[in-house]
Design a protein around this ligand. Structure first.
Ligand code: NDP
Length: 246
C-alpha cells in the first residue's frame, strides 16, 4: 500500500506541465486529486484520463489571482472527499526580460499569480488544516531563486518571496499540524516559457528547455516523495534540475 492511498490532494496549475504530471503521478499512487486551472478543457481531459485508469479526480475552474477561487477549490476537496490533506500551490507564470525593459504589466502578473496566488491558497487551506489537526503545503518555487541570473529578476523574486513565506510558516508551525515543502525545479520541458512576450527571449528560453530540460514527471516524482512521507517527517526543500544545468 502506497503512502498516498488515502490522501486528498488539491493542485493548482494542473492543466499542463508540472501540475498535470503531478496529478497523474499522485492519482496513480492512489491519491484523490482536485485539480484547478483556467483551461477547463485541459482539466476535463486529464480528469477523464485519471478516472479511466481507475483513479479519483475532480476538475475546477480556478484563477489563483481570485481569492474566492482557492476557497472553492479547498471546499470542493472537503465536500467531495471529506477533507484536504495536501495543497500543491503550483500555478505560475514566467515573464523573462531584463529589468530595464520595464515590463511593468508582466511584473504585476508574476506577482499576482506567483505570490498572491500562493498566499490565497495558504489562506484557503490553513484553517482546514488546523481544524483537521494536519495538513501539508507544497509549492513549486525555482532554481532561479537559488542562482540569480539576468532577465529573471522579478520571476526569481516572486519565487523567493514564496520560499520565504513557507520557511516562516514552518517555524510558526512546530506544533506538528503543518508540513511545508518548497520544490525547486530547474529547467523542465513545459509550456512555461512559451508565454514569454519578447520573441528573442522566448526563442532563447525555448531552445534552453529543448536542449537541457527534463521531463515534468521528474518533478512529479519528487512531489510524491515529499507527500508520501509519514506525518512526522517533513521534506522542507527539494531541488530537481537537469544534471547538465549550470
Ligand atoms: P506550465 O505553463 O505548463 O503550467 C503553468 C500552470 O499554471 C498551468 O496549468 C496554468 O493553467 C497555471 N496558471 C497560470 N496562471 C494561472 C492563474 N491565474 N490561475 C490558475 N492557474 C494558472 O508551466 P510549468 O508546469 O513549468 O509551471 C508550473 C510551476 O513550476 C510554475 O509555478 C513555474 O514557475 C514552476 N517552475 C517551472 C520550471 C520550468 O522549467 N518549467 C522551473 C522552475 C519552476 P491555466 O493557464 O490553464 O490557468
Amino acid at each position: 500500500m502506497s503512502g498516498l492511498d488515502s490522501k486528498i490532494i488539491a493542485i493548482t496549475g494542473a492543466s499542463s506541465g508540472i501540475g498535470a504530471a503531478t496529478a497523474l503521478e499522485l492519482a496513480n499512487r492512489g491519491a484523490a486529486v482536485v485539480l484547478g486551472a483556467r483551461r477547463t478543457d485541459r482539466l476535463d481531459a486529464l480528469v477523464a484520463r485519471i478516472r479511466a485508469e481507475g483513479g479519483r479526480a475532480e476538475p475546477l475552474d480556478v484563477d489563483v489571482t481570485d481569492r474566492a477561487d482557492l476557497d472553492r477549490l479547498v471546499a470542493l476537496a472537503v465536500d467531495r472527499f471529506g477533507r484536504l490533506d495536501v495543497l500543491v500551490a503550483n500555478a505560475g507564470v514566467a515573464r523573462i526580460a531584463p529589468v530595464a525593459d520595464l515590463d511593468v504589466d508582466d511584473w504585476d502578473q508574476m506577482i499576482d499569480v506567483n505570490v498572491r496566488g500562493v498566499l490565497h491558497g495558504i489562506a484557503a487551506a490553513l484553517p482546514v488544516f488546523r481544524e483537521q489537526g494536519r495538513g501539508h503545503l507544497v509549492t513549486t518555487v525555482s532554481t532561479s531563486g537559488l542562482k540569480i541570473v539576468p532577465s529573471q529578476a522579478v520571476y526569481a523574486g516572486t519565487k523567493n518571496a514564496v520560499r520565504t513565506v513557507l520557511e516562516a510558516l514552518r517555524q510558526e508551525s512546530t506544533d506538528g499540524v503543518l508540513r511545508t515543502t518548497s520544490i525547486s525545479p530547474g529547467f523542465v520541458r513545459t509550456e512555461l516559457v512559451d508565454h514569454v512576450q519578447d520573441p528573442e527571449q522566448r526563442q532563447q528560453a525555448q531552445q534552453t528547455m529543448a536542449e537541457l530540460g527534463i521531463s515534468p514527471d521528474a518533478v512529479a516524482r519528487a512531489i510524491a516523495f515529499a507527500v508520501e512521507q509519514p506525518d512526522d517527517v517533513e521534506i522542507g526543500d527539494l531541488t530537481i534540475r537537469p544534471t547538465k544545468q549550470g
